[in-house]
Design a protein around this ligand. Structure first.
Ligand SMILES: [Zn+2]
Length: 284
């Protein structure tokens, strides 16, 4: 049995509780006699009145996570919300286990306990991976859109449809992407060849092989046809058109070098229509 101690800061606008002690609720994190202590960041960005807030925290003592590591704590403060976290941890630990720390954040398990008033609570602990995308997908630089498509394609390859795919569920840190929020997934037999051919004419939906990815490419990401907002100059575009997801997917270092090389092309000013209201700039 693993125990999670969550400590809140002394200067805390949220509530008076200073600490929760929770216990592992999934077999994958039930090592006998281990404990895990995290301290919530006092500047964390979250809605304190929410029944499902997300807080950033630092690990100070753990047997299965490096001290100093930054994690995201996804809470359920009502009994009826706990089942969503139970479904989500199952997805992280089973269907997407091989994609942890590559396509989805590393998962440190689900922990359950009770509030001081007796209400059951739960906390899903995930590797912290920055903030969510803060503008519509089609306003992002092409290389970022392609990286997101590559990542969502990997999830399809594991036999899952995300079920709630949106900008708020895509995190970006140091130029790399992680996908989150897996409480609405559905089984999926993906027949996509995963060759998106950005900049070319939209392929036939039937020929593409996956209607979900086809719609994502066409309507949300707008990678086909005429250059869209955020498109690089022609010389850079021709380099990107040669960019093939499959061949690069295992080589993050090469991807980052490519991204750095392309940096000057991604500094176009973005019109106001490409900004979200600040209200949805939460971590999740
Ligand atoms: Zn698919």
């Amino acid at each position: 049995m693993t125990t999670l101690h969550v400590k809140f800061p002394r200067e805390w606008p949220g509530w008076t509780t200073k600490e929760y002690t929770l216990r592992s609720a999934h077999p994958s994190c039930s090592k006998e006699g281990t404990s895990f202590t995290v301290i919530v960041d006092s500047e964390t960005n979250s809605d304190y009145s929410s029944d499902s807030p997300v807080f950033r925290a630092s690990v100070v003592n753990s047997s299965n996570c490096q001290s100093g590591a930054v994690v995201a704590l996804k809470f359920a403060f009502r009994g009826d919300l706990i089942s969503y976290l139970e479904e989500e941890v199952e997805v992280y630990e089973v269907a997407l286990r091989s994609l942890q720390a590559k396509t989805v954040p590393r998962c440190y398990g689900l922990y359950t306990g009770h509030r001081e008033d007796g209400e059951p609570i739960a906390c899903l602990v995930l590797e912290y991976w920055g903030e969510c995308i803060d503008k519509p997908f089609h306003c992002l630089p092409l290389n970022v859109r392609m990286r997101i498509l590559e990542q969502i394609g990997e999830i399809h390859r594991q036999g899952l449809i995300h079920g709630d795919f949106a900008e708020r569920n895509v995190l970006e840190l140091d130029g790399d992407i992680r996908i989150i929020d897996f409480d609405q997934t559905r089984p999926h037999d993906c027949q996509c060849r995963m060759d998106f051919r950005p900049g070319e004419a939209a392929p036939d939906e039937q020929d593409f092989g996956c209607s979900h990815l086809w719609k994502l490419c066409k309507s949300d990401m707008r990678i086909w046809g005429q250059p869209s907002i955020g498109e690089p100059p022609q010389g850079v575009l021709s380099l990107k058109v040669r960019y093939r997801l499959r061949s690069r997917s295992k080589d993050i270092q090469t991807y980052r070098l490519l991204q750095r090389d392309l940096q000057p092309s991604t500094t176009h000013s973005i019109p106001n229509s490409c900004s979200f209201p600040s209200a949805i700039n939460d971590i999740h």
